[in-house]
Design a protein around this ligand. Sequence first.
Ligand code: B12
Ligand code: SF4
Length: 495
Amino acid sequence: MAIKSILYVRLKCPEIYPSSVIYLADWVHKKRPAIKQQIVDMALFDDLDEKRALIDAIEEHQPDAVAFSWRNMQPFSPNEADESLYHALTFYHSKNPIKRARSAFSGLRMVLDYNDRVKRNFSLIHLVNRKFPKKKIWAGGPAFGLFLDLMAERLPEGAVAIGGEGESAILKLIDGTDLLDEKVAMKLDGKVVLGEKKEFFPLWDESTPVDFQYISEIFPNFANYLRKDYEVAIQTKRGCPYKCVFCAYGFIDGYTVRFRKPEVIASEAETLVKDFGVNKIWFCDSQFYPSKHSLPIVEKTLDELIDRNLDIRWSSYLRIDNVTESLADKMVRSGLRHLRLSITSGCQPIVDWLQIGMKFDKFFDACRLMKTAGYKGTINLDLSLNAPHETKATILETIDTVERIADIFGKDMIRPFIIFLAIQPRTTLAKYAIEKGFLKPDFNPLSLTPFSIRKLIHNPPPLGKPIGKALIKSMQEHPDNIGWNVLEELKKEFS
Ligand code: B12
Ligand code: SF4
């Protein structure tokens, strides 16, 4: 069947700019302009209204294909801002039986909520299959990037799922051509057939600035994401060459870095700022400044933004260890507002074991360069305090490093942010956890029970308990300043 129309259904997640469907629909419009497209965003509906909204949209637009885009599969993150971490730690480490019982109850409720969300998403996909059996069903998005095979098992027969970038795959879906050279999973005769991606999408040559006028025509709720101070996402590149042992982004996005042209990025930002009133941007790359080799293009991108004199404040996942004086200056002048630096540990041997590829002497120099360049935003220092091979001494060294960074920028600007290492499938950390017996070789990363979630957080004994306790105490007593208080508690305990 020739595809003449597509309805994109962005499945529900905590409200966030829907970059996936916006980039995809823009691409399809430019390559197959005759195709009619429409976007419906479940993030904007109450749970109870989702089914009705989906059916209404299908009946109104009569699409040939329904393209589901699914963002989060692991909504839980083991960080100090996640309430479920508090309940998990209280349940496992508190001596107070009443608090433990309360946390067991609340933790269980949250796990049920997570599972409920996953079930609801799958049931919307199955609903289309049942009620509109002639429609093609396609699915993709970040949730499929890591777990393509496991997710595909739960899709209806005949549905096609795409993992990772979707531009070339969606054209093949539209044209009905062979898909097995894509990262694809198809459910056929009850079995999942997998394809393998052969080539990355040529981002540099093919990517153009999004036509936001067109997007606002096919996405009536687009205006919802154009409120003042709402963070809009722009992608500047794909891929990260590092192999930090805990990170799965290379698997999702590739280890080869592919760039969009600086003028394309800046022109996209300019339209958003001048025509749509946007003033806050998140560059939604795996890593904004992935290596020394990317310096010229990153710098050119910032030049283009500066030349256009855009009033924006931006942020991104960002490493600063390779920053130069000129790059630091351009980051600040182009509107960098917040730094989230994932140093993970402040102890060089631990950072080396984690293969983060960062040397602290260079990192301190980089901090000084940022300070001299006039950076005045806040700085989150992500710390995973119980990495493999951690001892009391390495934790004390981390605290010392954080204090040295605070000496450079000023303590008020630094926010240590506690986030345990999550064990992601297909990472070196997962292999290590299996070797150590923390995880079973056949662990299911999508199983959301209190016990399985606990196993997917790396916080083993003997340090797990004192760290957990320090975190519970700080979350309870100093909710506005958790990180510094955890470090103070641990300094007292371990010195
Ligand atoms: C940037 C980012 C963030 C930023 C987002 C900033 C912003 N304003 O947008 C921040 C820091 C806020 C963030 C937060 C979270 N994130 Co995040 N994030 C990312 C990251 C690095 C990029 C996502 C992105 O925007 N990509 C750019 C867009 C254009 O690409 P895309 O969405 O993948 O879409 C492409 C394809 O997927 C495909 N596609 C998409 N839909 C469809 C549909 C069809 C039919 C087809 C064919 C193809 C297709 O085509 C698109 C174009 O190529 C990814 C990791 C990664 N490297 O991808 C994690 C990732 C998306 N995040 C993830 C998670 C879990 C979260 C959090 C839940 C973490 C937490 N607990 O706090 C929150 C949730 C936020 C929310 N409200 O939903 C997971 C999601 C999957 C999972 N494991 O559950 C990822 C994959 C990382 C991981 N750990 O695996 N995140
Ligand atoms: S630098 Fe960032 S994106 Fe790249 S592998 Fe390390 S943690 Fe992942």
